[in-house]
Design a protein around this ligand. Structure first.
Ligand SMILES: [Zn+2]
Length: 634
């Protein structure tokens, strides 16, 4: 973990605040009381301290790192109003629902409210009835807004998704430029800038645009230890996906595919296989789209098949897996999309389905782009391809992309570290492949693509083979004993090892490199990687929770608790995780609390929720115990 904090102890901490309760002075007590947690996540405690001290703060916390708590907790510990600027309108309602469920007065103003409701909220704001107000950035352009803010005793601005202010970022929103005005209009109100994604350049741009004053900077690690990463080689991709889904029927998952049609097909096939799944893409009519999303968020349907249009602004904490059925455009998107899994901190899987055609398909799209964009897109794809085909730690590859180093042995789950593919002496195979490249070139005077090379090796009779007389070559058919996909994989690995070079562009051809020529002439030893196992059983421990924290406990009790949570959530018309996250239910199922006091010790059970739902959950736990006793005695 990198912490870029300037260490001047407690500079500017407010003293002499009227002391009303422990919950206003002790962040840890307040954390348990309002949110039900005993401990802060990394960096949270320091950020909260700085925010309470009235400093400007820049915080880069990865998704799932508990960004919101950094302003929510100080907001309830200090008088006045915290204004949260966020571009994600869908998320505002969820956050306000969650705060309300925890007994914290909060509201939002955006274009979705009717005039009466907006007026009611404005009135309560004038009466000082809220601690947090969520605003969309375009709201700041309305007349009177500054006069209103002045009247509301604003004590803090929290700018969420702060990277949207930067034109260097991938999510630039012109509305965010307006935020620069805030500092001029409210010079004495401290600002907290938050983001989950930012390169060094974007970071500087945020600090400068918001005119942060000597801000403390926090940069958390991008590592998500509870996520595991793996690549599955596509053989019969649909069958593989169904096999994967069947063993995770009750679990919530997102399946990303490249096209709308693909999304529709996958959702349908999954449903036919008995796995409830809904589609989500930009081609659906907006009401159907938001209905499907709502059903997924509320756990009515476990799986959503989606294009990348899905996910921004979704705050569902119990997504157990993210599958990419097609290759993402670049590694940053892959990181963001897989980041939607396991936000509750429990184990979750990120699976990339990869076939050798995927790269060619994307290269085709890239050819249609403008010239200056093309080169960048190709580079990004090369990095992505390296991630998919590489044999080193996948987590390390992801972190490296964000300029972070993972110490050797620190990987908590990836296929290359935990199920490394066997290596074998591939000298003979390499000799066959390389000499085939040379023979084809000598005979024809031009180079050919990977597929044709493999056609010659395996002795296929294609039009091209006959047309170019490649069936007369001495290498024709010398690789018959090995299957086609394996030869393709060998060709790719030889490229990765630098013995072959693949030219860029749509009509990519394969050429021998200097190092390949030497390997061939000197009969150097070449070590190759065996083909990956297609779909293996899940490694024990990933789902049986036998190892330590957050284990599933009693599966039946967990199901009971989940059903109860769903009933309560539906009654209150909020998503289930607003009541309790999965981690909390898991802990209940494991510890089986029998009293309100025991229930309060469960992480995620704060005092308001204890009062509201405590009895209901205790009685569900008790009735499961009674039923089991009855079964045993029967
Ligand atoms: Zn690894």
């Amino acid at each position: 973990m990198i912490v870029e904090a300037r260490m001047s102890p407690d500079a500017g901490r407010e003293v002499g605040q009227p002391v009303s309760t422990l919950f206003d002075t002790d962040p840890k007590a307040a954390l348990k009381h309002h949110f039900g947690f005993d401990a802060f996540r990394p960096l949270q405690a320091d950020i909260v301290d700085d925010v309470l001290a009235g400093r400007d703060v820049f915080a880069l916390l990865p998704t799932g790192g508990g960004k919101s708590l950094c302003f929510q907790l100080p907001a309830v510990m200090r008088p006045g109003l915290t204004v949260v600027v966020s571009p994600l309108i869908a998320l505002m309602k969820d956050q306000v629902d969650a705060l309300t469920a925890a007994g914290i007065p909060a509201t939002f103003l955006n274009s979705t409210l009717d005039a009466n409701e907006a007026r009611r909220r404005l009135r309560t704001l004038h009466e000082g009835g809220y601690r947090l107000l969520y605003l969309a950035p375009e709201r700041l352009a309305l007349p009177h807004v500054y006069r209103d803010l002045e009247a509301w005793n604003v004590t803090r601005f929290a700018i969420d998704e702060a990277h949207c202010i930067s034109e260097w970022g991938h999510d630039f929103r012109p509305d965010y430029r307006r935020l620069a005005e805030l500092r001029r209009a409210f010079p004495s109100v401290p600002v907290l800038a938050l983001t989950a994604t930012a390169t060094t350049r974007v970071r500087e741009d945020i600090v400068e645009s918001l005119q942060l004053r000597d801000p403390r900077r926090y940069v958390a690690s991008f590592n998500r230890p509870n996520l595991s990463y793996r690549v599955v080689e596509k053989q019969n991709a649909l069958k593989q996906l169904l096999a994967f889904g069947r063993t995770r029927r009750k679990e919530s998952g997102i399946i990303y595919a490249a096209s709308r049609r693909q999304v529709e097909t996958l959702a349908e096939k999954l449903r036919e296989a008995g796995i409830a799944a809904l589609p989500y893409h930009a081609g659906l009519d907006p009401s159907e789209r938001s209905y499907n999303q709502e059903r997924f968020v509320r756990d009515d349907v476990p799986v959503i098949c989606a294009t990348v249009a899905f996910g921004m602004g979704i705050n569902k904490s119990n997504v157990r897996y993210v599958v990419h059925f097609d290759l993402p455009k670049n590694l940053e998107s892959y990181y963001q999309e897989t980041g939607r899994a396991g936000r509750d901190g429990l184990p979750a899987e990120c699976v990339l389905f990869y076939g050798s055609n995927d790269t060619a398909k994307l290269l085709g799209f890239i050819e249609e782009k403008e010239a200056d964009e093309r080169e960048r897109a190709r580079d990004a794809l090369r990095v992505m391809q390296h991630y998919a085909e590489g044999t080193e730690c996948r987590r390390a590859m992801l972190l490296e992309y964000f300029g972070e180093r993972l110490a050797p042995g620190d990987c908590t789950g990836c296929d290359n570290c935990f199920a490394p593919r066997a290596r074998f002496d591939g000298t003979v195979a390499a000799q066959k492949f390389l000499s085939n490249v040379v023979r084809v070139r000598q005979a024809s005077g031009f180079s050919v693509g990977l597929n044709h090379l493999v056609d010659v090796l395996t002795g296929r009779e294609t039009e091209k083979v006959r047309g170019w007389n490649h069936d007369a070559l001495t290498t024709y058919g010398i690789g018959k004993g090995t299957a086609r996909p394996e030869w393709i994989a060998i060709g790719r690995e030889l490229t990765r090892l630098g013995l072959l070079r693949q030219t860029p562009g749509l009509r990519s051809v394969v050429e021998l490199t200097e190092s390949g020529r030497k390997t061939l002439l000197e009969r150097r030893t070449v070590e190759l990687t065996a083909a990956a196992v297609v779909e293996r059983d899940r490694t024990s421990g990933a789902d049986d929770g036998g190892s330590g924290d957050g284990g599933p406990g009693d599966e039946e009790l967990f199901d009971d608790l989940r059903a109860l949570r769903k009933r309560i959530a539906d009654q209150r018309d909020v998503p289930a995780y607003v009541i309790f996250p999965d981690t909390t239910l898991r802990a209940m199922a494991r510890d089986v609390p029998a009293s309100l006091a025991e229930l309060r010790s469960i992480p995620g059970v704060g005092d308001k929720k204890l009062a509201d739902y405590g009895e209901a959950f205790l009685s569900a736990i008790a009735s499961r115990a009674t039923r089991e006793n009855a079964e045993e005695n029967a």
